[in-house]
Design a protein around this ligand. Sequence first.
Ligand code: FAD
Ligand code: NAD
Length: 479
Amino acid sequence: MADKFDVIVIGAGPGGYVAAIRAAQLGLKTACVEKWIGKDGKTSHGGTCLNVGCIPSKALLEASHKFVEAKHDFDDMGIQAGDVSMDVEKMMARKDTIVKNLTGGIAGLFKANGVTAIDGTGKVTGDKQVEVTDPDGKATTYEADNIVVAAGSVPVDIPPTPLTEDLIVDSTGALEFQEAPKRLGVIGAGVIGLELGSVWSRLGSEVTVLEAMDDFLPMVDGTIAKETQKLLKKQGLDIKLGARVTGSEVKGSEVVVQYADAKGEQEVTFDKLIVCVGRKPYTQGVIGDGVGVELDERGFISVDDRCHTSVPNVYAIGDCVRGPMLAHKASEEGIMVADIIAGHKAEMNYDAIPSVIYTFPEVAWVGMTEQDAKAAGIEVKTGAFPFAASGRAMANNATEGQAKVITDAETDRILGMHIVGQHAGEMIAQGVIAMEFGSSAEDLALSCYAHPTMSEAVHEAALAVEGHAIHMANRKKRK
Ligand code: FAD
Ligand code: NAD
């Protein structure tokens, strides 16, 4: 038996590395096991988020957005940029440098906080035992009073479109294209489909998105989703709803995709196809036989609202457990679990987890949609404000979108905030904080917002709940 720890965390994604750092900060002897091998052949920390998820995708989204601005929008401001072109190789190299710096940074944070980094594949072999097989195949068993499983998730694949080396790819493959494909197919109009579809559309691809459901972004408030769909269509994304993919065939350097929609069987040919139809928990080999950690019917590790598994002292967090598959949700669970292990009281408010889609403009939301609230039998009031009426949005050349606040009509308590607009992802923190503090729309309306800011739209939307918006004509009569 090798070293004994207070806590061993399996997986160094945003769930695991945050849990490990917090546990060490609280005085617990902590180790974190990671098996990810980076492009340099060495262990890479940061999980999906830093290696092939949040960060590399945002690097490409930002670069491609700046390209579009320089090519099409600078002229409006009087800037003559001349011939603008994109060096995809350089864009990718920048993305890889950011990934390398951030993943390398985690190793530095582990050192600074006294977390022992163990390279290899971890397996829970008992309620207080973790076996690690290192990259050379040597197995070592460690003892730990507490174990945190943070093994993450992997993309879902579907039988009609098996992945190929480079024609039919998942999100990881779509972060590595060396040029914009002429005709790009995307299966799934979810978060990844819209973000990566946007990247390559901005760089010149004709993008067709095939989405099985009839509704577009059903988790987003109906008004905001509708406006988003319209804006993305205007940008050139051809989003086909109610299109169920039934098969595919690789023909030379092309992929022919068959799908069925309301009109019947259809066929479309692409130069590349991205399959992004969701992610599934990754638990393969992480839990040894007979340990007793239970999985649910969808393959997630079963946990309660404080991330305890069915085995005492074994916790599970992040994408491998129920709830939204988001980096910040995984990290918050990591902090909660470390606090619990250290003997502190801790809980999470799962009703106030924000989501952001980093298209342009961004879509961001927290809490209920108007439709959800009504379906739950709550009488609601709403207020909305369009960025077209915002001075800052005009100055920014970003007048598309709106902010919407949904409240309980009886108490004025904020139930949800949904925004489509430039910097929506930054603005949504106001909704999160308001909901965490149980604020009313009046609380926001009575707060002093800096002028001119995009956030003033949130202020005006809160004022509009009672028909008191200043910078637009109110639909409701003032009392
Ligand atoms: P992961 O990040 O998946 O990390 C799990 C880690 O565990 C991995 O490093 C894995 O190698 C390791 N591991 C697994 N099994 C073992 C084992 N047996 N032994 C040792 N190590 C093991 N979320 C956002 O919030 N915002 C975004 O903008 C965003 N963008 C995304 C873009 C893309 C293209 C993708 C694919 C995802 C994106 N996500 C985003 C989702 C986000 O990446 C995940 O929700 C997040 O990474 C989950 O964190 P985690 O720690 O639970 O798991
Ligand atoms: P998703 O669940 O967001 O979207 C998948 C879409 O594919 C759904 O709309 C679904 O109806 C559709 N679909 C499923 N099967 C289909 C089929 N056979 N044919 C056509 N459409 C089909 O999943 P994703 O976009 O793959 O993202 C995975 C996870 O990663 C999400 O949970 C998301 O939270 C996370 N993520 C987050 C961000 C972010 O926070 N900005 C970015 C990327 C990914």
